[in-house]
Design a protein around this ligand. Structure first.
Ligand SMILES: NC(=O)C1=CN([C@@H]2O[C@H](COP(=O)(O)OP(=O)(O)OC[C@H]3O[C@@H](n4cnc5c(N)ncnc54)[C@H](O)[C@@H]3O)[C@@H](O)[C@H]2O)[C@@H](O)CC1
Ligand SMILES: [K+]
Length: 489
């Protein structure tokens, strides 16, 4: 059993592949062995989470996920704990594994109840796993909401019930904890495989701290649906290197009233190690110097030699960015497109065909949309994008021939012909104005340093999130402070 952290690199398998892995493993093992391993692992993690728990409420569902719950209940009872099982199922329709587990729980003397205990020290959600076919309702939904709202820790077995394990879409709103209580602590023990839905969309909120138990089974030749990127390789600068070794970045953005966005991207590119950073504001009234950052070199957009530069374009560009985009798309050696640049492209088929030309010419382009910008580019709704973030990012990558960074909880990075990556670092503190500009600058710096486009995007996204994860408690996270923080500090 292993805790999944932001440093964990792992393959993620969808439900269909997990089913095939399960079937192959079950055929090679004695009856019920997998479920017994699962139940043992659940009990072990439960005891580690709440070693002094007096009441452990285990909510079991009608299938084998419930079977895992019965197995865990039997183990916990044998170890001197007091599990209380509430079960939503029909004995005559229980799968064979779960029926055997139910019998073991009864034999162990586990207490079964019709209603959840008045209070509990730990809840275990064994209602639905990868066999969920519809949204929970009625008593099941009631119990789930109760478990998620309670301040006691919650351990989800395999997947949080109600979560689509492939996409991370959650079928109900997670209740907010009562104001007086601390945030509920959530854990999820993923069995057999890690699933993509645990790490993107609403998956991270619903699952909480992710753990993995492979049940002693290898995935074999099954193809993963995605991967967790894990921490990027640490690279030390060569002593003989000079500013030219790390490339030049130019930020084009900052229409009147929005110069800050371009400065944020420029600062971030500098802090991320770019050799030289030019800022080309679209507002000609902007003073050609930032006294707090004299390293930033100000230029007029038309004065830049785009063919020699990694260009970051969009940040605060407003509608004015549309005018410079044809030249930027045609000439930039490498290109990161963010925010208003993406909105302009979404609204203009001509600009979209410029992107296709870049692709045919083998020029690198990275798009960094948030869900609404992605929706505009796809002519879809934000809800449709969020309902399948991996699919949306892959479709955008294929359509525009670009590396796509679909931002949000569990940022997805996709490129045509590559396994999509989900970034495991970062937290809700990044949900503040300007952090997207910072990310665009960081991606630009990684490209300028010579990293291949997909790696550059994955690494910048990871570091951006990691900076937020290590942000000092009690210090507000602002985009300006984030932009200036060096990864190693
Ligand atoms: N079979 C095995 O050997 C193993 C199974 N495992 C566990 O089994 C799980 C998969 O088991 P199942 O395939 O039985 O699937 P689940 O236990 O996830 O659920 C399937 C059952 O729930 C019902 N159902 C689906 N959605 C519902 C809803 N919204 N409300 C009410 N009922 C609903 C289905 O009709 C079916 O009866 C895994 O997630 C994992 O926890 C693990 O123990 C590993 C070994
Ligand atoms: K579950």
């Amino acid at each position: 059993m292993q805790r999944v952290t932001s440093a964990t690199a792992a393959r993620l398998f969808d439900v269909a592949a997990t089913r095939r892995i399960e079937q192959a493993a079950a055929a090679a093992l004695p009856p019920h062995a997998l479920m017994q391993r699962a139940g043992r692992a659940v009990a072990r993690l439960a005891m580690a989470i709440a070693p002094r728990a007096r009441t452990i409420w285990i909510a079991c569902g009608p299938g084998n996920n419930g079977g895992d719950g019965f197995e865990a209940a039997a183990r916990l009872q044998q170890r001197g704990f007091a599990p209380v099982v509430t079960w939503l199922g029909d004995e005559s329709r229980l799968p064979a594994d779960a029926r055997a587990a139910l019998q073991r729980a009864r034999d162990a003397g586990v207490r079964f109840a019709d209603a959840p205990p008045e209070r509990h020290d730990l809840a275990i959600d064994a209602l639905l796993g990868i066999g969920a076919t519809r949204a929970p309702e009625g008593r099941m939904l009631d119990w789930l909401q109760r478990m998620h709202a309670d301040p006691a820790p919650l351990l989800s077995v395999d997947t949080p019930s109600g979560l689509n394990a492939d996409t991370g879409a959650l079928s109900f709103a997670i209740p907010v904890a009562a104001p007086a209580s601390a945030d509920p602590r959530r854990y999820c023990l993923s069995l057999l495989t890690l699933k993509p839905g645990l790490f993107t969309a609403q998956g991270r909120d619903a699952a909480g701290e992710a753990w993995f138990e492979d049940l002693g089974v290898e995935a074999g030749a099954e193809a993963p649906a995605a991967r967790l990127t894990g921490a990027p390789p640490t690279s030390r600068r060569r002593e003989s290197s000079h500013k030219g070794s790390y490339g030049d970045v130019a930020v084009i953005g900052g229409a009147p009233g929005m110069a800050g966005a371009a400065l944020l991207a420029g600062s971030a590119a500098l802090a991320a190690g770019a050799g030289r950073v030019f800022v080309a504001p679209l507002d000609s009234a902007v003073a050609p110097l930032d006294p707090l950052q004299p390293e930033l070199m100000f230029r007029r957009p038309e004065a830049l030699d785009l063919g020699a530069l990694t260009v970051v374009c969009g940040c605060g560009g407003g509608e004015a960015v549309a005018e410079v985009l044809p030249r930027v798309l045609a000439e930039a050696r490498m290109l990161v497109l963010d925010a208003d640049a993406l909105n302009a492209i979404a609204a203009d088929a001509g600009l979209q065909s410029h992107l296709q030309v870049r692709r045919s010419a083998g020029r690198v382009t990275v798009l960094t949309p948030h869900p609404l910008e992605a929706a505009r580019l796809m002519n879809a709704s934000t809800g449709e994008v969020q309902a399948d973030r991996l699919g949306a990012a892959a479709r955008l990558a294929a359509r525009f021939g670009a590396v796509v960074v679909l931002k949000g909880s569990g940022t997805v990075v996709a490129a045509l012909g590559e396994l999509p990556a989900i970034n495991p670092s970062g937290n809700a503190r990044l949900a503040t104005a300007g952090t997207g500009d910072v990310l665009a600058g960081m991606v630009g710096a990684a490209l300028a340093a010579g990293r291949p486009a997909l790696a550059a995007a994955c690494e910048a996204v990871w570091i951006h999130g990691d900076l937020a994860d290590r942000w000092p408690a009690g210090t507000p996270l602002t985009a300006g402070a984030l932009a200036r923080r060096r990864p190693e500090s």
